[in-house]
Design a protein around this ligand. Structure first.
Ligand SMILES: NC(=O)c1ccc[n+]([C@@H]2O[C@H](COP(=O)([O-])OP(=O)(O)OC[C@H]3O[C@@H](n4cnc5c(N)ncnc54)[C@H](O)[C@@H]3O)[C@@H](O)[C@H]2O)c1
Length: 360
């Protein structure tokens, strides 16, 4: 096992800062290279973040040619996830890929096919998985306490939370809107808890009323969804009722509730992408006399997005040193992406979509 791994960061925008800070705090990793296609951006990032000694590149191909790297963080916008990830995998370099895995099922497939042919792995950046409340939700679902799960309603959103960066709202850069930014986390919260069954059919709806309002500063270039909802049938007879919003009039589109044949779990409306749940959870079940009863599952003390992010980077570094497996496997992120894309396809078509995922 390597004592210290050599890491590169591709894409030196907003979220790359959190990657850099956590690599700098990790004695098992050194940042050897930084890359951004915008001239001067990687150098300015190195200066601002105190990344001393890293070599600076405007092209990741050149970076891979010149550097001996063990791993990279891919922090480019969604439409630019696949190519640098595949370039890394072809050179046996492991990838911590920011979420969502890609902006299309085709790109996600290209990534997992390249991973299959590579000695390296891809881990996808869902840091809320390191949150104790998210882990508790998974523990409850996997324990059998709820019995067979048959219906889940989930989602969340911001009342007025359109992005402050334009790269999130232009289809040519983001590919998807609220679903790719925050919806993928809501899906991951429940799908990870129940073991990521495959989607079978999706009926979706998407709208953009707030993003196109001239009062929003990027309304002129806004061409993704700011709200989406869907009814998703999953393998195993499970139905997932989902909604996500960057902007809406109500304060929440509702709690998450997981219905099982023996019990149910209510998770108060949560911005799960920032880690944590919106308050104590409730477990509903029948007592020994068959009477409906309930108990509180106290929310964990605030763990925070920063802590989860630190755990995500540390877990990745340790997995690279150990030669795998990926902490957050690409197959799960691929299913997540397939649902997001099917929602958009269904919304455009105005009818149900049959999801037929190829085996990889
Ligand atoms: N995990 C989280 O909490 C979290 C938070 C925010 C964003 N994200 C994700 O991180 C990704 C980036 O988001 P951001 O806010 O940092 O975006 P950003 O637009 O601020 O930064 C993206 C950077 O990538 C660079 N880039 C694009 N294509 C490139 C290429 N081919 N080679 C080199 N550089 C390239 C751009 O020039 C830009 O500097 C998105 O996928 C987003 O969904 C994750």
């Amino acid at each position: 096992m390597k004592d210290k791994i050599r890491v590169g960061i591709i894409g030196c925008g907003g979220i790359a800062g959190a990657h850099a800070e956590n690599y700098l705090n990790c004695e098992r990793a050194e940042i050897a290279a930084l890359c951004d296609l915008v001239p001067g951006k990687a150098a300015a990032f190195a200066e601002r973040k105190g990344v001393a000694g890293a070599n600076i590149y405007a092209s990741y191909d050149e970076m891979f040619e010149r550097e001996e790297l063990d791993a990279v963080s891919v922090c480019t916008y969604n439409q630019a996830h696949a190519d640098p990830t595949i370039a890394a995998l072809r050179r046996g370099v492991c990838v911590l890929l920011e979420k969502p895995i890609a902006a299309s099922v085709e790109d996600a497939l290209r990534i997992i096919r390249a991973e299959k042919e590579s000695s390296a792995f891809v881990s996808v950046g869902f840091q809320p998985r390191y949150d104790p409340d998210m882990q508790k939700i998974k523990e409850i679902c996997q324990s059998g306490e709820l019995g067979d799960i048959y219906y889940i309603q989930t989602g969340g959103g911001r009342r007025r939370g359109l992005p402050t960066a334009e790269s999130f709202v232009r289809r040519d850069q983001a590919g998807v809107g609220a679903m790719g930014d925050i919806g993928c986390y809501s899906l991951d919260m429940v799908l990870n808890a129940i073991g990521y069954p495959k989607p079978l059919t999706v009926t979706g709806y998407a709208s953009d009323f707030f993003g196109r309002d001239p009062r929003y500063k990027f309304s002129g270039s806004f061409n993704v969804e700011d709200f989406a909802a869907a009814f998703i049938r999953l393998e195993g007879g499970i139905v997932l009722d989902f909604r996500i919003s960057w902007a809406m009039h109500p304060d929440t589109p509702g709690d998450t509730i997981i219905f099982g044949k023996k019990g149910a779990l209510r998770i108060p409306s949560t911005d799960c992408w920032n880690a944590g749940v919106g308050g104590d959870m409730t477990l509903y079940y029948d007592d020994e006399n068959g009477e409906p009863t309930e108990k509180k599952i106290p929310a964990a003390p605030d763990h925070g997005k920063e802590d989860c992010f630190a755990c995500k980077v540390r877990a990745f570094v340790e997995a690279v040193r150990a030669g795998g497996p990926a902490p957050v496997p690409s197959r799960e992120a691929f299913i997540n992406e397939a649902i997001v894309n099917a929602i958009l396809d269904s919304a455009e078509k105005g009818g149900e979509i049959v999801v037929d995922l190829p085996e990889v």
